[in-house]
Design a protein around this ligand. Structure first.
Ligand SMILES: *Cc1c(COP(=O)(O)O)cnc(C)c1O
Length: 405
C-alpha cells in the first residue's frame, strides 16, 4: 500500500501555515524535521497527566513517569534492533552523543594513536576528536570522497593500521546524501583492532537501522530529525564498549557510591545519564519513533527518492548549476551551487515564495573545502513532502535565478 501523503500531512499542524503569502514548502528536513501531532500530544499529555522526576520515586506519578521514560528507551532499542534497553543512552542530541564517546575514550588515547574520520563528517563528529588531538596527541586521519560523493573505500582501507584506535564516520552525509557502506566500514575497522562509531543523525530517518547487523560499537541518533523533539538524542553502545567507556558528566543517577575520597559508578545506561534527563523529550522521541514505525521504510524511501529524482532532473536541465553528491543509493538530500550566485541569495529569494531550503556550510567545512566551495544550497525531503512542492521549488528557483543573473 502506497503512503497516503495527504493523510500524513494532516498530522503536521505546521504544514497548514503560509509563509510570505504562499503555502509553506518545507525542504529543510535535514536540518530539523517538523513534528506530528502524535509527538506534541505525547509530550503535553505526559506533562498534563503523569509528570514527576524519574527513578527512585516512591509515589505514583514518579512511577508512571519512570515507566513512560523507560518505555521510550525500549522503543529506541527496538527501532535500531539493539539487544537490550541498557544499550541505549539518552543524550540531549546527536552532538552530545558524539562528545560523550570522544570524551569517554579520551583516556584510552595515547600520543600518536590514530582516529579515522571522513571528509564529509558533520562538525559534531569532527570537533570532539580535535579535542583528543589537542589534549592527548591523537592523530586525525581523513578519508576522502570520490567524485560522485561516495566514500573512497580504497583510501579507507589504506589508512587503517595497527595505530588506528577509533573510526568515526557518518552513515549518511547531511550534505551529499551519501549512504556509506557501514557494515563493511565496521568489519575493516574491527579487523584493524579499532572501535567504530556510526553517525546516524541523517540515516535514522531514511533507513531501516539494524545495529546488530552493522556490528558497530556505537551508533548515534538525534530526535529532532526523526520527527521528534529537540533536546533529545540516543547513543547506542555495545555492552562491552559502554563498559570500557569512562563516564561523561558527574552527578545524580550516574553513581553507585559517593564518599569523601571515593566514587563508584552505576551501570550503563545510568552511568552516562547524570542529572535529571530530558524526560518529556525522551517520551516525545518514543512517540516519534512509534509514529514513524507505522510506515514501511521501503515505501518511505521510495517516496522520498521519487521527490529527490524529480528535483534532481529538473535542476540538471538548468545551465550553470552544480549538484554535489550523486552516489548510488543516496538519501534525499540535494546540495547544489550556481555559478555567480551565492547560495544565501538563493535561499532568501526562495523564502519569498514560502520555500524553506538551507544555505551555508552545513556544519561540514572540511567537505566544503574538499568540494572547492564555501557554501551550498540544500533542499532535503521528508515523508510529508509532495511532488507539487518539488515543482513549486523548481518554479521558484527559476524565478530566483532570473532575478539574480
Ligand atoms: C544534525 C546532525 C548532527 C548533529 O545532531 P544534533 O542533534 O543537531 O546535535 C550530527 N551529524 C549529522 C550527520 C547531522 O546531520
Amino acid at each position: 500500500m502506497a503512503l497516503n501523503i495527504d493523510q500524513i500531512r494532516q498530522q503536521f499542524p505546521i504544514l497548514r501555515r503560509e509563509v510570505n503569502g504562499h503555502p509553506l514548502v518545507y525542504l529543510d528536513n535535514a536540518a530539523s524535521a517538523q513534528k506530528p501531532e502524535a509527538v506534541l500530544k505525547a509530550m503535553t499529555g505526559q506533562a498534563s497527566h503523569a509528570y514527576a522526576n524519574v527513578h527512585r520515586g516512591l509515589h505514583t506519578l514518579a512511577n508512571e513517569t519512570t515507566e513512560a521514560f523507560e518505555n521510550a528507551r525500549a522503543v529506541v532499542q527496538r527501532f535500531i534492533n539493539a539487544p537490550a534497553p541498557e544499550n541505549i543512552i539518552f543524550t540531549k542530541g546527536g552532538t552530545e552523543a558524539m562528545n560523550l564517546v570522544a570524551s569517554g575514550i579520551g583516556q584510552q588515547i595515547q600520543s600518536g594513536d590514530e582516529i579515522v574520520l571522513s571528509v564529509m563528517e558533520h562538525h559534531s563528529n569532527i570537533v570532539p576528536w580535535h579535542f583528543l588531538r589537542e589534549r592527548y596527541g591523537a592523530v586525525l586521519k581523513w578519508v576522502p570522497v570520490l567524485e560522485d560523493g561516495s566514500l573512497d573505500m580504497q583510501a579507507y582501507q589504506d589508512v587503517l593500521s595497527e595505530r588506528t584506535k577509533f573510526v568515526s564516520v557518518t552513515h549518511m552525509s547531511n550534505v551529499l546524501g551519501t549512504v556509506t557502506d557501514a557494515a563493511r566500514i565496521v568489519r575493516l575497522a574491527h579487523d584493524a583492532g579499532a572501535q567504530v562509531l556510526l553517525d546516524g543523525c541523517q540515516a535514522g530517518v531514511h533507513l531501516d537501522i539494524d545495529v546488530e547487523a552493522l556490528g558497530c560499537d556505537f551508533y548515534v541518533l538525534t530526535g529532532h530529525k526523526i520527527y521528534g523533539p529537540t533536546g533529545i538524542g540516543a547513543l547506542y553502545g555495545t555492552a562491552e564498549a559502554l563498559d570500557r567507556l569512562a563516564p561523561y558528566q558527574g552527578g545524580g543517577e550516574m553513581i553507585e557510591i559517593v564518599e569523601q575520597d571515593r566514587v563508584t559508578y552505576n551501570e550503563a545506561p545510568h552511568k552516562f545519564e547524570a542529572g535529571t534527563p530530558p524526560i518529556l523529550e525522551a517520551i516525545g522521541l518514543g512517540a516519534a519513533i512509534d509514529w514513524l514505525g507505522a510506515f514501511d521504510f521501503e515505501e518511505i524511501t521510495e517516496h522520498e527518492d521519487r521527490l529527490y529524482r524529480r528535483a534532481f532532473d529538473a535542476l540538471s536541465s538548468i545551465n550553470g548549476l552544480r549538484m554535489h553528491g550523486q552516489a548510488s543509493g543516496k538519501g534525499p538530500v540535494l546540495s547544489f551551487s550556481a555559478d555567480g550566485i551565492h547560495p544565501h541569495d538563493i535561499a532568501q529569494l526562495l523564502d519569498r515564495y514560502g520555500i524553506a531550503v538551507r544555505a551555508g556550510h552545513h556544519c561540514a567545512q572540511p567537505l566544503m573545502t574538499h568540494l572547492g566551495v564555501s557554501a551550498t544550497a540544500r533542499a532535503s525531503f521528508g515523508i510529508y513532502n509532495t511532488v507539487e512542492e518539488v515543482d513549486a521549488f523548481i518554479d521558484a528557483l527559476h524565478k530566483a535565478r532570473s532575478m539574480l543573473l
